[in-house]
Design a protein around this ligand. Structure first.
Ligand SMILES: [Zn+2]
Length: 330
């Protein structure tokens, strides 16, 4: 997902908490473990694979006999990544030196703490990640020296990690990180376990790729899912639930689109075509999102907050990528 926008000048945008909208309560099952005083939680995924969270972002690391392999460096966790590594390394009497950093994809919100690590860290990522980071030229995210195109097996300190690129999804370069000896899959910005996707399907660039990714994920053998967001790990059931949620949005859009009449929007707005288009698409979005919000309230946290945004994006993909309800002038 992309970084948060610059905060506006507070003096000109005062609001009160009371004036803000209410949403459905977050189900307990969506929340993860409590954070420590420094604002992070580090836990074991399986054996020497660990995960770190600040309750919004997630990172992971493997301790090996030759040092630590880090997977993503979200800036919100920032210096707490090394603190978490130190804590685990000390408890287990192993090296705390981060020797490798694997990028899941190029986005700053998952990679922006990369430059905190020593210059001799070996950075590894997809070749498209390298291209995009070279383009973006952000000193916080050095380009990966080691790249791959489709698949790459890493063997570091006696540990095995399988990297694979299965096509674009959330971003053009987002990869699958499989830990076959730890029963774990790390796949960032696709499924947020326990939660609805944030804006427009987790700010996804390729909706068909995003919708297909969970099935690809489920083709791998694993028990633990590291999704990159919010406060807990995921299970296979979380991935299946997310798949169902996206399928329900798709079905609702297809059922709703043909039923909404665009005539009144063009009658009202005359030659202001964009006003008519906005009124029509907003009406389609709201009508298609409503039954999905109803079904997932209390099931996926924030379904009422973000389902309309994701529904709009899925609707646009169904129209533009798939040509659904496309009108050809007679
Ligand atoms: Zn992202």
């Amino acid at each position: 997902m992309a970084g948060r926008p610059n905060l506006p000048d507070m003096s000109t945008t005062n609001t009160t908490a009371e004036a803000l909208p209410d949403y459905a309560p977050v189900p307990r099952s969506a929340l993860g473990p409590a954070l420590n005083e420094q604002g992070y939680y580090v836990g074991r995924v399986e054996r020497n694979l660990y995960w770190v969270t600040d309750a919004t972002y997630q990172s992971a690391f493997l301790t090996t006999k030759d040092g630590v392999v880090l997977f993503d460096a979200p800036p919100t966790i920032g210096n707490n990544i090394q603190r978490a590594v130190d804590e685990i390394a000390k408890a287990n009497g192993v090296s705390n030196k981060v020797t490798h950093l694997v990028y899941s994809h190029h986005h700053a919100d998952h990679a922006g703490a990369s430059s905190l690590f020593a210059k001799d860290v070996v950075r590894i990522g997809h070749e498209e990640t390298r291209r995009l980071l070279a383009r973006d030229n952000d000193p916080a995210r050095p380009v990966p020296e080691e790249t791959f195109s489709d698949r790459r097996t890493l063997k570091i300190g006696g540990e095995r990690i399988e990297l694979a690129w299965h096509g674009s999804n959330h971003s053009p370069d987002n990869i699958f990180i499989h830990f076959p000896d730890h029963d774990t899959l790390m796949l960032i910005d696709i499924v947020n376990p326990g939660w609805a996707p944030v804006y427009i399907s987790n700010l996804t660039e390729d909706v068909p790729g995003y919708v297909a990714a969970p099935a690809t994920a489920l083709n791998y053998p694993w028990k633990h899912y590291i999704g990159g967001h919010l406060g807990r790990l995921g299970t296979r059931d979380d991935v299946v639930l997310h798949q169902q949620y996206m399928a329900d949005i798709d079905a609702s859009v297809r059922a709703t689109l043909p039923k909404i009449d665009y005539t009144p929007f063009f009658q009202k707005y005359g030659d202001n075509s964009w006003a008519a288009v906005k009124g029509y698409l907003d009406a389609c979005t709201d009508a298609a999102a409503a039954p999905v919000i109803e079904k997932y309230r209390g099931v996926l946290a924030a379904a009422d907050v973000f389902t309309p945004s994701t529904t709009f994006w899925v609707m646009e993909s169904i129209r533009l990528d798939l040509g659904f309800a496309s009108y050809v002038h007679p």
